[in-house]
Design a protein around this ligand. Structure first.
Ligand SMILES: [Mg+2]
Length: 259
């Protein structure tokens, strides 16, 4: 574990967690953070032992746990396979799966829906449907597992297409680790974090764990209100306060929420 900045804030945060005085808001990304990357996306299960730790955290009423992912929320729930209900915000915050099982989806502008259909048609015609992930509020194109040259050629081709169709559609093109995505403008993990922190109130001990470029919005949103953790084997420049290496350092951190 390496504290990158705001050492005082980070130490004060852990003290508050240890003293068990405040409510805690624990926000976690899924892919690359709780689960290692695998070429078969639908088989990206959590690191061994992580599920049990999360269940124990959920057993404590002091913790509100929220998983925030670019994936569809129900997909995350299936992959997590927890024996306890957990709140999951999917599609970068365009849908919300409540612990009760109710799924709340933000309505999308008609122009976005039309563009997503156009992307799907284009991918089918280009024989690329297998790499396309259609979600509520976004479509993602994945190249994980492909040879480097093919991956970068496809990223270039798809980015160009996404940029063309995103004009005047209320959508934005964003790169992530292993692909490129077309998503609803203004809907990012930073907005989700701001909404959740506001909902919990200033006295809450807030933290966020993530690995990807899309998590940087969340790190920034938490700057004044909590502590952010970059979860990655290899370091990269980040706005997070702390860098940890999964799965061992992640487990060490999460165990501290069990009281
Ligand atoms: Mg991730």
């Amino acid at each position: 574990m390496k504290i990158l900045r705001n050492r005082q804030k980070v130490e004060a945060f852990w003290q508050r967690v240890a003293k068990n005085r405040a409510r805690r808001l624990l926000m976690l990304d899924y892919d690359g953070t709780l689960a290692p990357f695998v070429p078969a996306r639908m088989k990206a299960f959590p690191y061994p032992g992580i599920g049990r730790i999360l269940e124990r955290i959920l057993e404590s009423r002091k913790n509100r746990v929220v998983i925030i992912s670019g994936r569809n929320a129900k997909e995350v729930r299936r992959l997590l396979g927890l024996n306890r209900a957990v709140e999951i915000w999917g599609g970068h915050g365009t849908e919300r799966l409540l612990p009760s099982g109710r799924l709340v989806r933000l309505p999308l502008p008609q122009a976005s829906e039309k563009t997503f259909r156009r992307v799907k048609d284009w991918a089918r015609a280009a024989c690329l449907s297998g790499s396309l992930e259609a979600k509520h509020g976004s479509v993602a194109f994945h190249v994980r597992g492909m040879k480097k040259e093919r991956a970068s050629a496809l990223i270039e081709k798809v980015t160009e297409f996404f940029e063309g169709v995103s004009m005047d559609s209320g959508l934005a093109v964003a790169a992530f680790d292993g692909g490129v995505e077309l998503r609803t403008k203004g809907m990012d993990k930073g907005r989700v974090v701001r909404d959740l922190v506001r909902d919990m109130g200033w006295a809450c001990a807030c933290s966020y764990y993530g690995d990807d470029f899309t998590d940087e919005d969340a790190f920034e949103a938490l700057y004044d209100n909590g502590v952010s953790f970059l979860v990655r084997r290899r370091f990269r420049p980040t706005r997070a306060d702390v860098w940890i290496i999964p799965p061992d350092e992640l487990k060490d951190c999460l165990l501290r929420y069990i009281l």
